[in-house]
Design a protein around this ligand. Structure first.
Ligand code: NAD
Length: 343
């Protein structure tokens, strides 16, 4: 008995990296999987049917059910066909996992319009396209799971204005899905990965260092380690199961073997007036209240320097705030946040 027996999943970007691991684990848990992948380079060039087909072959060799799809998630009509393919081949569509992605990193002052458009098209529009087409069926059948991939780059990675914006857009979009589709027994959650060793990170400074030192790409050298892309698959699969029906509108972070739950944005200071703010009043009161003690965001660390720690990281340094809850498993939660906000 698999935990996803009888379910049909679409995994975009399922031909490589994180998507391959997700497609394979979902199939092992009993889902029939449409493995979508356009087979492009990291920057989104070319097209190749091999990656999706290879993963389908791996799944079927393992006794699972899968079908390949080679379309681009950016093409609204082709994505409609993709959803129809799932229904025609396997009888329904129950789970949509949006993983397809590309990178075109550039500082904002050097970024071309094409670099912006291409990245937003794959990540944000691609996620809209699959969710839009699947949502009509989810609504009808009163069951469904959306799992959309964001990234820690959404918190403001300086050299990724296109990618960071698209990933933050995906978080906002996921919340609207969660709020609009909950009454149809549909959940929508986002995964927020940190660093995962795939070809996407082979070209980073860390990837280049590993290549120089070992002669192997970071993704090859990382198989079986903490940053192996297959490590992301279990949490994605868990969110897709019937047991996860109460988890909706959440952002789940993953870095190596560590999972975390993000808070949602909430007002932390409030200044309430009774009339339109006058400029003298605002100049006087704003610095004493909403902006009191705020410091400018830290500049990114220079090579060799450590990044400044966030408040929660500092709190985590207190060892007594951690509990060992199972052999080899430690649990931490932001006490103050839960005490004041959640009771
Ligand atoms: N690797 C990381 O460190 C990391 C960190 C945070 C978030 N992510 C996100 O996780 C997801 C997977 O990344 P990965 O590291 O496995 O990358 P990857 O490059 O190994 O895989 C991405 C896959 O998407 C496919 N793809 C690209 N454009 C497509 C399109 N238009 N239509 C269909 N398929 C397309 C590619 O062919 C590729 O197989 C991405 O959304 C990425 O932004 C990755």
């Amino acid at each position: 008995m698999g935990r996803l027996d009888g379910k049909v999943a679409l995994v975009t970007g399922g031909g490589g990296g994180i998507g391959r691991g997700v497609a394979k684990l979902m199939a092992r848990e009993g889902a029939a999987v449409v493995v979508n992948d356009l087979g492009v380079t990291v920057t989104g060039e070319g097209a190749d049917t091999t990656p999706a087909q290879k993963v389908v072959n791996e799944i079927t060799a393992d006794g699972g059910q899968a079908a390949a799809n080679y379309s681009s998630v950016t093409d609204y009509d082709q994505v409609g066909v993709m959803i129809e393919q799932a229904v025609k081949t396997f009888g329904s569509i129950d789970i949509v996992v949006n993983i397809a992605g590309i990178l075109r990193d550039r500082m904002i002052f050097n970024m071309s319009e094409a670099e912006w458009d291409a990245v937003v098209a794959v990540h944000l529009k691609g996620t809209f396209n699959t969710c839009r087409h699947a949502s009509a069926r989810f609504r009808e059948q009163k069951w469904g799971r959306f799992i959309n991939f964001a990234s820690v780059s959404a918190w403001g990675s300086p050299g990724q204005p296109n990618y960071g914006a698209a990933k933050h857009g995906i978080l906002g979009f996921t919340l609207t899905l969660a709020n609009s589709m909950a009454k149809y027994n549909v959940t929508a959650n986002s995964i927020v990965p940190g660093f995962v060793a795939t070809r996407m990170t082979d070209s980073t400074p860390r990837g280049q260092m590993v290549l120089q030192q070992t002669g192997r790409t970071l993704s090859e050298a990382s198989k079986g380690t903490e940053v192996d892309p297959e490590n992301v698959a279990p949490i994605v699969t868990y969110l897709a199961t019937p047991e996860a029906s109460y988890i909706n509108g959440q952002f789940i972070g993953i870095q190596g073997y560590t999972l975390n739950l993000y808070s949602h944005a909430e007002a932390v200071r409030i200044l309430q007036g009774t009339h339109r703010w006058g400029s003298a009043e605002l100049f006087d009161l704003f610095p004493k209240t909403l902006s009191a003690g705020l410091t400018p965001p830290p500049l990114p660390p220079k090579p060799g320097e450590e990044a400044p720690k966030r408040r929660t990281q500092l709190l985590q340094e207190d060892k007594s705030s951690w509990q060992e809850i199972a052999p080899g498993v430690k649990y931490w939660r932001w006490q103050e946040y839960f005490e004041t906000k959640r009771g």
